[in-house]
Design a binder for this molecule. Structure first.
Ligand code: NAG
Ligand code: NAG
Ligand code: NAG
Ligand code: NAG
Length: 899
């Protein structure tokens, strides 16, 4: 039966064995007493026996060694092979054998064959005992039991250890016990014999270097030993066959402990520790000490040297720095120059002076962070003087016929140290048909004929290997090349402004130009954008003066755009220059304009506010969006400032004497700033605004029955305040009730007898109605009564008789005299008051009135209301009493009659 044994040496290291538990020293397999099985011996020669008893009595069940064979030698002499077979699949392999030779005289004896350690066969669970006797059979057996299996054959023969034989092909037999016994023992522990140990190396050790070889041993020399490294590491390799420890990679400095274990076939172990100490190899500076020179006029940062410092260990990075400088300065420093190599540098503008310090010694230190090595670096300062030009600046004349590679000038310079000097240059124009050579010679590099530039400035440098001096200018003038004119005051940074309606032909801008070729004749032309600009601006092709057009006014409102770009072109006949300026046209407020010098409207008289009419003004204003306000200067009229509608400012009555029916006024229109005027003729038509009126509601006249036909018996004159057509009145009488037309009225109002009244008796009264009508159809009526008096009585005078005149009455003379005295007193009082209180108005008014009365006929009259006979209606001017107080008078407008 197989047993699986797990041997765990360390927690983390387990090896599984199927070789069975360790054998106990003294245990055995086979017969307890081989002598008791001395019954029979086979007679064959070269017989091999396999004792694969099913009960396991001849099959090992532990792992260990056979230390002694014991058997019974029944008869015969010769060699016996005591064998151990191990199943291998269906076959068996020969694990080992001990040979014992039975010599004469030892027949019929029980023999104990004790094995030296070196000869002991290692066994495992499952191994089977076998016997091979090359000659006659010596070991006896006994026929016994019903099982006790075994196999015998002569076809195995003599085999070397490790060979195999397929015992399954040999028939298994029963009922034999062989006189043989194998005593086992547990075997010895293996050991690593040369550990613990310590090996030392460097971090420069190459990969694969053999560091140590383990030696292992086991007293059981036939034992199978397995050695492993139980430490997990990628730094070292361990070969379990050669037992060599090698470096698996570049080793970092430090100490590593490696554990090893050796295990034998039965799982017994031995351990050992190998300590590997890796030490650092310092870096190496390969290229110090070293010397270098630096010129004293060094200005740029400069790399002086690249330090070649290396370290054999790939784990180490070498850094280099300047440890100290003598004399002390901080102008030197190190930094990575390329890859991992450090350079020594001098900083920009180090202010070196040969006379102050002409050498520096730098101690450069390189370290791998464990060990530091140093080296010396010497910097020697050299004196330097800059080269000096000796014939620049300069100017040369060349012709345009100069061919390629013609030397035109040789620049010379000197250098105090006699350094090799190098020249180079830049040029004012590209392409530049000149080059300078290191000899200082300046040559044409092309035929100048194909160039149009009249002159070049060559900016020349000289370099002494240390200092670049320059530039100094060599001016090359190509004497016979036309040079283009140059516009000197264009382009402009801002537009030129021109107002609309500017005067014609006024100057806008003077184009200026220059030309090296002073004898050239120049023509100045311009194009305009938009091209319409050409109609409002012109350019004088001779003097370059840009002016407004001499014929076309600039009207801002009609422009497509308010800016005009003038592209100016100045030509000398061969070459030209162009540039442009922008003219910005400014809008100017323009006055509104009346289309006519006179407008007419017609209205009618009326009260203040009455509409007269709206003149059809045809005002235009060139400015877009301008607004107009209208006004009129006649006080009689108002004008709506927006609609221009005219209304009466005060009552307008044509019936008032002197009131004109046609007034011409000045009208104005304003855009808020500018004004235009025109005339407005206002015609006011008369209207029939007054009704004719009899002076009284009724008239009474007397007439004798024999009154002569045609005699005037009274007056019924009526008045009409309208002047003109509407003031024309006519009279009619309604005498239908009288049955005849007895009376008539003349156009002057005289009431006269038309037919004799003889048919009427005395004392009779006749009534009729008089009507007055004006031409507008307005009427008034009055009742007229005609009394026919008793024939015996004298007819009374008619009431149409007038009173005596004012001055005819002696009573009035006295009254008037008194009134004149009072009036003079009042006048004196008014004059006094006016001077005292500064109020001249009353006086002025009064004086005005007084003067008017004297100098002209008044338009408005003030007449005292006093009794008046119905017959008396007209009062002569001279009859007016002087007014005492103005308030005593009320206005009464009346038509005056010429005296
Ligand atoms: C540095 O010095 C070593 C030894 O002289 C040489 O082999 C190596 O090529 C050098 N490295 C450089 C970059 O010069
Ligand atoms: C070059 O030509 C100009 C004009 O002809 C003259 O004034 C000048 O002196 C010349 N320069 C040289 C270096 O010949
Ligand atoms: C002229 O040479 C100097 C020194 O070699 C160089 O630094 C400089 O850039 C060069 N200038 C031109 C214009 O080639
Ligand atoms: C109208 O204006 C003209 C010119 O200013 C002036 O002579 C005239 O008297 C004015 N007419 C009236 C009615 O104001």
């Amino acid at each position: 039966m197989h047993c699986t044994l797990i041997v765990c040496t360390f927690l983390s290291f387990c090896v599984s064995f199927s070789n069975g538990a360790a054998c106990k020293d003294g245990d055995h397999k086979g017969e307890n007493d081989p002598k008791s099985k001395d019954n029979d011996v086979d007679t064959a020669t070269g017989l091999s026996v396999l004792l694969d008893r099913n009960d396991g009595k001849t099959v090992f069940d532990c792992c260990g060694f056979i230390k002694q064979w014991e058997f019974y030698a029944k008869k015969n002499t010769g060699t016996v092979h005591f064998q151990v077979w191990r199943p291998a699949g269906t076959s068996y392999s020969l694990v080992g054998e001990n040979l014992y030779t039975v010599t004469s005289g030892n027949e019929d004896k029980e023999i104990k064959y004790s094995l030296l350690t070196a000869n002991r066969i290692g066994i495992q669970s499952g191994d089977v005992i076998g016997i091979y006797q090359p000659g006659s059979v010596i070991v006896s057996h006994k026929q016994e039991g019903s099982s006790n299996q075994y196999r015998t054959t002569t076809s195995v023969g003599s085999l070397s250890v490790g060979s195999t034989f397929d015992w399954s092909a040999v028939t298994q037999s029963n009922n034999r016990k062989y006189a043989i016994r194998a005593d086992v023992t547990n075997g010895n522990n293996p050991s690593i014999t040369n550990l613990a140990a310590t090996v030392t190396g460097t971090d420069a050790t190459p990969i694969g270097t053999l560091l140590f070889t383990l030696t292992v041993a086991d007293a059981d020399t036939s034992d199978t030993l397995t050695t492993t490294m139980t430490t997990t590491t990628s730094l070292f390799n361990f070969d379990s066959t050669s037992l060599q420890v090698t470096s698996a990679q570049q080793l970092p400095s430090g100490t590593t402990t490696l554990n090893f274990q050796v295990t034998d076939a039965c799982g017994s172990t031995g351990t050992g520790t190998l300590t590997i100490v890796v030490t650092n190899v310092p870096p190496v500076i390969h290229n110090l000490p070293y010397n270098t020179d630096v010129t004293e006029d060094q200005t740029a940062e400069l790399q002086l040297y690249v330090i070649n410092a290396t370290d054999t260990s790939e784990y180490d990075t070498v850094t280099c720095s300047i440890q100290s400088v003598s004399p002390t300065t901080s102008i030197f420093f190190t930094k990575i120059a390329s890859g991992s190599l450090y350079g020594i540098y001098i900083q920009a503008y180090p202010s070196l002076s040969y006379d102050s310090v002409n050498a520096y010694t730098l101690t450069v230190a390189c370290t791998d962070s464990k060990d530091t090595v140093t080296g010396l670096f010497h910097v020697y300062i050299t004196r330097n003087n800059a080269p000096v030009f000796t014939n620049l600046q300069a100017s040369v004349n060349v012709t345009s016929k100069t061919p390629t590679s013609t030397s035109i000038y040789t620049v010379t310079s000197s250098d105090a140290e006699g350094d090799q000097l190098y020249y180079n240059m830049t040029c004012s124009s590209t392409p530049c048909p000149f080059a300078i050579y290191h000899s200082g010679e300046v040559r044409s590099t092309d035929s100048l004929e194909s160039y149009t530039v009249a002159g070049y400035d060559l900016f020349i440098y000289v370099y002494d290997g240390t200092t670049l001096v320059g530039p100094k200018t060599l001016t090359v003038i190509v004497t016979d090349i036309n040079s283009a004119p140059i516009l000197t005051n264009l382009p402009l940074s801002s537009p030129v402004s021109v107002s609309e309606n500017s005067a014609l032909g006024v100057s806008v801008f003077q184009v200026s130009y220059s030309d090296i070729d002073t004898s050239d004749t120049h023509v100045i032309l311009a194009t305009f954008s938009p091209s319409s600009g050409g109609s409002i601006f012109t350019v004088d092709s001779t003097n370059g003066l840009i002016t407004t057009s001499s014929t076309t006014n600039i009207n801002y409102e009609s422009l497509a755009t308010s800016t005009v770009v003038v592209n100016v072109h100045v030509s000398d006949g061969t070459a030209f220059a162009t540039s442009s300026l922008t003219i910005s046209i400014m809008d100017v407020n323009e006055a509104p304009v009346f289309g006519k010098t006179l407008y007419q409207i017609t209205g009618t008289e009326g009260n203040a506010g009455t509409a007269v009419g709206t003149p059809g003004f045809d005002v235009t204003d060139p400015d877009n969006g301008a607004t107009q306000k209208y006004s009129i200067d006649c006080p009689e009229f108002n004008m709506d400032q927006t609609t221009a509608a005219v209304t009466l400012a005060a009552n307008y009555d044509l019936d008032v004497t002197g009131t004109s029916s046609q007034v011409t006024c000045n009208v104005s229109v304003s855009d808020g700033e500018l004004t235009a005027t025109s005339a407005l003729q206002v015609t006011i038509n008369d209207v029939n605004d007054n009704t004719p009126s009899f002076g009284q509601p009724s008239y009474t006249f007397y007439a004798q029955p024999n009154e002569a036909v045609g005699s005037v018996i009274g007056s019924i004159v009526a008045t009409d305040a309208d002047v003109g057509a509407f003031g024309t009145i006519s009279y009619t009488l309604d005498q239908v009730s009288l049955g005849n037309e007895y009376f008539g009225v003349q156009s002057n109002g005289d009431f006269y007898l038309k037919t004799g009244l003889t048919t009427f008796s005395s004392g009779q009264t006749l009534s009729l109605t008089a009507t007055v009508t004006d031409s507008g159809g307005l009427t008034d009526t009055a009742a007229v009564t005609i009394v026919i008096p008793e024939s015996t009585t004298a007819a009374p005078t008619t009431t149409t008789d007038r009173h005596v005149t004012f001055l005819e009455d002696p009573k009035n003379i006295a009254w008037l005299s008194a009134a004149v005295v009072i009036l003079c007193g009042i006048v004196c009082l008014m004059v006094y008051q006016s001077f005292r209180f500064g109020d001249y108005s009353r006086l002025a008014r009064w004086c005005q009135r007084s003067r008017s009365k004297k100098l002209q006929k008044p338009r408005n009259h003030y007449r005292r209301t006093y009794y008046q006979s119905p017959r008396v209606r007209d009062i002569p001017e001279l009859e007016y009493p002087s007014p005492a107080l103005e308030s005593d008078w009320r206005p009464w407008r009346v038509r005056t009659h010429e005296l």
